[in-house]
Structures are given as structure tokens and as C-alpha cells.
Design a protein around this ligand. Structure first.
Ligand SMILES: *Cc1c(COP(=O)(O)O)cnc(C)c1O
Length: 350
């Protein structure tokens, strides 16, 4: 047999998640993977400078309690309500291992983060897609009915790639009425006017996922956290990798998290640029749903997003393009610095 024949059939059938590219071009304007254009807190530089390299001899705290305590204090929950991961992708992996199987389906929004179906495939779990409605990509009226067979429901809020920030009251109603775990992926919540941490703190079936990759400008570090009922957290603790967050990430994460002022300032700068760029695109006839994230989902007047994507690329402006019946009409554009955004807007006129 060829070595490929030994894979479980679920894995052999998978194509695998394709991350956005990280090209190395001169003069590149990179607006394709929702990274933050501004650096993280300068306190991180101090941690890196003062970190005793000899400490790496030892294993890190497997529970990352110092970091968990800081996160818990900020959100007025307990340490028992917080788990940290090697990026929020690690936390998603835990959720899929815990709550999906061939008998326990996943329900997710469509379009949404394309990693979810890959994680479901690894578990052999069926995927129920909940089609977002209309030009605003609103939640379907019959979401609860469609999602009912699922054991895990992921609501991405703000959603990627659409940027949509669903009404909090609708999400609360879903959480209260869904018989299963509702994971609210809040990768972009720091760019939005409100969030669902209050639901995770009060409802036993709600998990909120956060990442340091976007708002904290630490995509290269790989750090995320989840907030949920202590019963959910202790279950996830059983199946996580023992040392899933390394010592340096724990120390850097703590310093970045403590600098809420730097976080707010960076997010505010991104939000005001997001609104400026959106207004300009709207005035040029693009369809651009309102965004609560650090990116815009924009469809050119003629709907030919692929042509725009390729033209931008030739001008060294990289955005994200997702082929598909709905997504294929749009570009997902990460908000950069004002200068980068101006390069984008200029290049779109070519
Ligand atoms: C970026 C992103 C993540 C992954 O975050 P990491 O912490 O970098 O793994 C999770 N969910 C959504 C919707 C994202 O856009």
C-alpha cells in the first residue's frame, strides 16, 4: 500500500485549510489576512528584553494561571471560566474534539470562516450551513430550526469574511433556545461596539472565543482564550495539549493584555479608517455591508471582484478573494494604515 492509503478516510478526503498568503514583495501593501497595521504594546518589547532565556529549560505553567487570572479579572469572571490556547484556532480544535463527531453535527454560518468545515471533516462530523440573508448578510429567520440537529453551533460575530455584526438580542435568543453548545467566535469583537462575554458569563452553553492575533497585533505569537461556564472549561482542559501555550507567549500575552489603553487606541485608529474607506467605496458604487471588524467586504459595481483582485495584485496590493457564488462577487479588504488604504483606493481606480 502507498503511505497515503493508511490515512483515515476522513483525512484522505480533506483538501485542508488554505491560509492567506504571506508574500515577500518589495513595496507590498498587505491587506489579506486581517493583521493589525500597528505594532502591539511597547510593554511587549520590555518582556522580550527582560525574559530570562534560562527559564526556557523548564516547562511552562500548563494551566497558564497568571494569564487566566488577568483575563478573568478584566471580564469580572473567575479563573475557572477561562482557558487559553495556541491561537484561537487551538481553542476551535478543542471545541470540535469535544463537541462534534459522526453523530454530533456542526452548524455554522455561510459564508464564514473556512477553517470550521475542515475541523468538522477531521471529526467526521456533518456540517449544517446556515445561509446569511440578503445584501446585509443577516441571520436567517429560521436559524434555530436549521441548526437544531447540531451539537455545536458557531456564530462568528463580527462574521468573517462579511464583517457583519449581528444584533446582540438575536444572538442571545439563539443561545437561550439552542440545545447544544453555542461558540461565539469573537476574533474581531474589539473592533465592534459590543460583545457576548456577558452571555458566556451567565449561560452554561455559551463559549466566547478571542484571539490576540487581530486587535492585539500578535498574530505571530499564537495566543487566544475562551470564556465559558466552568463545566465547559474543565471539560476542555481534559483534551487540550498539556503545554499548549509556551512560557514566552504567556509572558508576552500578559503584558499585551494589561495594556488596554494601547489596544483601545489601535482599535480606534482602525475603526475610523474602516469608516473612511467604506464611505469612499460606497461613493464609488461598491456594495459594502457595515462592518464591526478590521476589514471590509466590498463588491465592485459590476460584481467582477476577481478582475479587481488580479489588478490589485499586479500593483502589489494584496487583498483576499474567496471564489464562490456569493463570496466571488466580493473582495475582503483588511484595514491598513491611512497610507496603505490610500494605496488600495488608488490602485482600485486603475
Ligand atoms: C483570525 C481568526 C481566527 C484565528 O485566530 P488565531 O488566534 O490566529 O488562531 C479565528 N476565527 C476567526 C473568525 C478569525 O478570523
Amino acid at each position: 500500500m502507498a503511505s497515503a492509503d493508511y490515512f483515515r478516510p476522513e483525512i484522505a478526503a480533506m483538501s485542508g485549510y488554505v491560509p492567506g498568503e504571506q508574500p515577500k514583495l518589495d513595496n507590498l501593501v498587505k491587506l489579506n489576512t486581517n493583521e493589525n497595521p500597528y505594532p502591539t504594546s511597547p510593554r511587549v518589547a520590555e518582556v522580550l528584553r527582560d525574559f530570562d532565556w534560562r527559564r526556557l529549560r523548564r516547562y511552562p505553567d500548563p494551566l497558564a494561571n497568571d494569564l487566566r487570572d488577568r483575563i478573568a479579572a478584566h471580564f469580572a469572571v473567575k479563573r475557572e471560566n477561562v482557558i487559553v490556547g495556541n491561537g484561537s484556532d487551538d481553542l476551535l480544535t478543542m471545541l470540535f474534539r469535544a463537541f462534534t463527531s459522526p453523530e454530533l453535527p456542526l452548524a455554522m454560518l455561510d459564508p464564514s470562516y473556512s477553517l470550521y468545515p475542515e475541523l468538522a471533516a477531521m471529526q467526521g462530523a456533518r456540517v449544517i450551513k446556515l445561509p446569511l440573508q440578503g445584501a446585509d448578510f443577516a441571520l436567517p429567520e429560521n436559524l434555530l430550526e436549521l441548526a437544531a440537529p447540531a451539537n455545536l453551533l458557531i456564530i462568528t460575530r463580527p462574521n468573517a469574511p462579511t464583517g457583519t455584526h449581528f444584533p446582540l438580542a438575536s444572538v442571545e435568543k439563539i443561545c437561550r433556545n439552542f440545545d447544544g453548545i453555542v461558540a461565539i467566535d469573537e476574533a474581531y469583537a474589539d473592533f465592534a461596539p459590543d460583545n457576548c462575554v456577558g452571555l458566556a458569563a451567565t449561560l452554561p452553553n455559551v463559549v466566547v472565543l478571542r484571539t490576540f492575533s487581530k486587535s492585539y497585533s500578535l498574530a505571530g505569537l499564537r495566543l487566544g482564550y475562551a470564556i465559558a461556564d466552568s463545566g465547559v472549561i474543565s471539560g476542555l482542559m481534559k483534551l487540550k495539549d498539556s503545554y499548549n501555550v509556551d512560557a514566552l507567549a504567556q509572558a508576552i500575552g500578559a503584558a499585551a493584555f494589561d495594556d488596554q489603553e494601547n489596544l483601545r487606541a489601535n482599535c480606534q485608529a482602525v475603526i475610523s479608517e474602516r469608516e473612511r474607506v467604506r464611505e469612499i467605496l460606497l461613493s464609488r458604487g461598491f456594495a459594502v455591508p457595515g462592518s464591526g471588524a478590521n476589514f471590509l467586504f466590498a463588491s465592485p459595481p459590476d460584481g467582477d471582484a476577481k478582475r479587481r483582485f488580479e489588478s490589485l495584485r499586479r500593483q502589489a496590493v494584496i487583498v483576499r478573494y474567496f471564489p464562490g457564488e456569493v463570496t466571488g462577487k466580493y473582495l475582503r479588504i483588511t484595514i491598513g494604515t491611512p497610507k496603505e488604504n490610500d494605496r488600495l483606493l488608488g490602485a482600485l481606480e486603475e
